[in-house]
Design a protein around this ligand. Structure first.
Ligand code: SF4
Ligand code: SF4
Length: 292
């Protein structure tokens, strides 16, 4: 089956246990205001233009009419772009980049398995995004085939998915890395564009059946900082104990937002190290394994 992916990263150590290969899939039903992978939100392939890398060599203007010269400077006209990528191929500054490519599961497997000898007992493959459940049948087939090759699998997910598809995936997943962004449904809606009802239901279900999980909590000043107590209470109310990874905001996503032509990028203030310490210590009072 064919799916749309953004990229593959090798030798990752932040996407689950051990050394991992992480596949970033395209498409996400959420639109978190702090998203650091904005190129993975749209399910379709997109052209990114990183203007700070452009040296005005004008090679792209020779292969596509959407690239023009104005006042001796290159400009990119996004409207009408065919996404054929001819301009990407001639730009040797990597100022033009295609976010997303279509690939078949069987064509993907050799790259995902190439580091198998380094995975050891705990490492393996993590499917991330975007939201992996956005392409559900691709996800099921991919995980089935990874398991058939005896690979440890993790899915980095919002769990914004129906129970039916979740149940199809569970037999092939060792660990779910689950984002919790807010417990208050209105706050969740404001931060991500969707309600969290489905997400919390799915977390409770995975807890009930004893599924291995790790929680990922973004801590974002002015957006979800007042949700921390409720998140701690929710996690503490579950039957089993789970590790929690806290993710302070960083602005690496902004350059990609600009590259995608977004003009109104939200400025988000960062916490001071003292503020972060306070949040971490609040988690540690009630939760056993907390790290950043
Ligand atoms: S869930 Fe993740 S990929 Fe989707 S919008 Fe939020 S941060 Fe971005
Ligand atoms: S080919 Fe690349 S570096 Fe040259 S003008 Fe086009 S975008 Fe800029």
């Amino acid at each position: 089956m064919e799916g749309t992916i953004v990229s593959i990263k090798h030798f990752e150590i932040h996407d689950g246990d051990g050394i991992r290969t992480t596949l970033f899939m395209k498409g996400c039903p959420l639109k978190c205001v702090w998203c650091h992978n904005p190129e993975s939100i749209s399910p379709t392939i997109e052209l990114g233009y990183l203007s700070d890398k452009c040296v005005n060599c004008f090679q792209c203007t020779k292969v596509c009419e959407n690239h023009k010269i104005e006042n001796n400077k290159h400009i990119f006209l996004r409207e009408g772009c065919s996404l054929k990528g001819n301009c990407v191929r001639v730009c040797n500054q990597e100022a033009l980049v295609l976010y997303g490519k279509k690939v078949d599961v069987d064509a993907l497997l050799p790259e995902l398995l190439m580091d198998q000898m380094f995975y050891g007992d705990s490492g393996g493959v993590t499917v991330s995004g975007g939201e992996p459940f956005f392409q559900p049948m691709f996800l099921v087939e991919l995980l089935q085939k990874l398991k058939a090759s005896n690979i440890n699998t993790a899915v980095d997910t919002t769990l914004y998915c129906g129970k039916e598809i979740l149940e199809k995936v569970i037999p092939y997943v060792d660990t779910f890395l689950v984002d919790i962004k807010a417990i208050n449904p209105l706050k969740h809606l404001k931060c991500t564009g969707v309600s969290n009802e489905l997400i919390l239901q799915n977390i409770k279900y995975l807890d009930e059946i004893g599924q291995r999980m790790e929680f990922r909590v973004p801590i974002i000043k002015g957006w979800n900082e007042d949700e921390m107590e409720s998140i701690i209470d929710f996690i503490s109310s579950l039957r089993h104990e789970y590790p929690i990874k806290l993710l302070p905001y960083h602005d690496y996503g902004n350059s990609k937002c600009y590259a995608l032509g977004e003009k109104n990028i939200r400025e988000i203030e960062k916490f001071s190290s003292e503020e972060i310490e306070k949040i971490v210590s609040a988690y540690k009072q009630k939760c056993k394994t907390v790290y950043m």
